[in-house]
Design a protein around this ligand. Structure first.
Ligand code: HEM
Length: 498
């Protein structure tokens, strides 16, 4: 097949895929479109074209990239102007030393031209916006966000209690789909902290905003990559969904006219209107752009990490027992169902469990693209301007040279005193929250939220596995974030006496 025909074939496949994608669940849609876009972007130069066609839309490209590195080494040339790297020092060179900007793929997150700290590719623009938004994620401000996370965690505990009660078993055991429950949990936390209101997803799973924003991102992604196609096939393409704007404008107006100050992320964004410089003042559109992206960057990353953590704990009963023992050393007051963050933030094993889960089930499982802006030297390679460099965290996280027995779930790796028990791990080879100027701004927020949720869940309930669910959970996919293929995971829950 000559190049022209290959490209035609790619285009046709992408078109068919997009029609098909319009039928599927929302976040998966965005992820797959991102994936298809990567395919279209990279494939023209690719050395193993047929494979990438199967793996990227299927969500198994994280395994494909890993296999390429296993076969060809830490630098794999995907085409004349695309390489992938999986060596921790090289990845640091890309993200920290060279600080390469994000590649053109991030356009799929600029729904209808809306830039945000996540999607921006221009370094100066990003630097300025990140400085403006950063106070909302400061360690100090996280304290004021805790009550919101606390309330949502309490809702989660109450929801499980209700499920146990309604299951009516004599044994006081209930069955819950913890994967879906964590998803609702993470959306509710973002509703409370970034949108100034509860989405009540744990209770009724019906608020329109999460779905509307996912649709918005999907349409924006398609418009960015396939403008013509989107005009023909997508209803309302090129236009913002007016309901989202109305919703956010109302929330902002209520804030501005009210006397009560709610100390959340939205408040910080609204208060930028007092900034000295005009360029630092965010209008409603800009606020909408940022908060919509928090919903994409900060919901599934959290819920899937929590989901994988529960699955990993159920697979390793000795680890689960050790975590229960650590949590049992911390006492709740009479009537208290949810921990205060101060009570648990320094628990060694709890933190190790979360980090170990993020290592094995890397949220950013697909290689993340950066691009050179001029001639760049990377190891022995002289890269031309506009070379795409894919940084492969998943391979680093499962590379034997950094992590002995890499597929074993061993939180002890993260505890220096316990590393004697087996070979020493290179804790520096961890990129769960990325690194450099584009690292995760929500890292501390995420750790606080996950600690509160996991610790309170286990303090209140005994969790036990269901064999068929455990088997099914072995099948992994990565679209935007790593997930289980089934998108649901049931386990048994039983109340513990506090
Ligand atoms: C377990 C939870 C989380 C994980 C594993 C995670 C991981 C990451 C990673 C790997 C990146 C780099 C992405 C890239 O370069 O394309 C990133 C960036 C980002 N994350 Fe997170 N994240 C988590 C939670 C959150 C939360 C809760 C929020 C917000 C509420 C958030 C907001 C962001 C933003 C805005 C960026 C872009 C930062 C920039 O480019 O300056 N993340 N995250």
């Amino acid at each position: 097949m000559d190049l022209e025909n290959t490209l035609k074939h790619i285009e046709n496949a992408s078109h068919q895929a997009i029609e098909y994608l319009s039928e599927r669940a929302n976040l998966e849609k965005i992820g797959k479109i991102t994936a298809i876009s990567v395919a279209t972007y990279v494939v023209a130069n690719f050395i193993e074209v047929p494979k990438i066609f199967i793996d990227i839309p299927k969500g198994t490209s994280f395994q494909m990239f890993r296999d390429f590195h296993d076969k060809y080494g830490p630098i794999v040339r995907l085409g004349p102007k695309t390489i992938a790297v999986s060596d921790k020092d090289l990845v640091k060179d890309v993200l920290i030393t060279e600080d390469l900007p994000k590649g053109p793929l991030y356009k799929v997150f600029q729904g209808h031209g809306k830039l945000s700290i996540f999607s921006a590719t221009d370094k100066e623009w990003h630097k300025r916006r990140r400085r403006v938004v950063a106070p909302a994620f400061s360690v100090k401000y996280l304290k004021s966000l805790e009550p919101f996370m606390h309330n949502v965690t309490l809702n989660l505990v109450n929801k499980i209690d209700k499920t146990i009660a309604s299951d009516h078993g004599d044994d006081n055991v209930g069955q819950i789909d913890i994967w879906t429950l964590f998803k609702s949990f993470s959306l509710d936390v973002l509703g409370e902290t970034a949108f100034g209101t509860s989405f009540n997803m744990i209770d009724d799973n019906a608020h329109f905003i999460p779905k509307a924003i996912n649709d918005e991102m999907r349409n924006g992604a398609i418009s960015a990559y396939y403008p013509l196609l989107s005009k023909i096939f997508l209803k309302g393409a090129g236009k913002m969904n007016p309901k989202i704007n109305e919703f956010l404008r109302r929330v902002i107006d209520e804030r501005l006219s009210g006397t009560e100050k709610r100390e959340d992320i939205l408040q910080i964004l609204i208060e930028t209107k007092e900034a000295d410089e005009q360029a630092d003042r965010l209008n409603a559109d800009a606020i909408m752009g940022e908060t919509a992206l928090f919903l994409i960057a900060g919901s599934e990353t959290i819920s899937n990490t929590l989901g994988f953590t529960v699955i990993n704990l159920l697979r390793t009963p000795d680890v689960l027992a050790k975590l229960y023992a650590e949590l049992d050393e911390v006492h709740l007051e009479e009537g208290q169902l949810v921990f205060d963050h101060d009570q648990i933030k320094n628990l060694t094993y709890l933190n190790a469990v979360l980090y170990e889960s993020m290592r094995i089930n890397t949220a950013a499982g697909n290689a993340l693209p950066r691009i050179t802006t001029g001639p760049t030297k990377l190891a022995h390679l002289n890269l031309e301007k506009d070379t795409v460099v894919m940084t492969n965290f998943y391979h680093i996280h499962t590379d034997e040279k950094y992590w002995p027995s890499p597929y074993q779930f061993k939180p002890e790796r993260w505890i220096p005193e316990e590393q004697d028990n087996f070979e020493v791990n290179d804790l520096d080879a961890f990129f769960g929250f990325s690194a450099g100027s584009r690292n995760c701004i929500g890292k501390n927020f995420a750790m606080q939220e996950m600690r509160l949720c996991l610790a309170s869940l286990l303090k209140n309930f005994e969790i036990t596995p269901i064999a068929a669910e455990m088997e099914q959970a072995k099948e992994l996919r990565t679209y935007i974030t790593m997930t289980i293929a089934s998108h649901t995971f049931d386990c048994k829950v039983k109340r513990r006496t506090l």
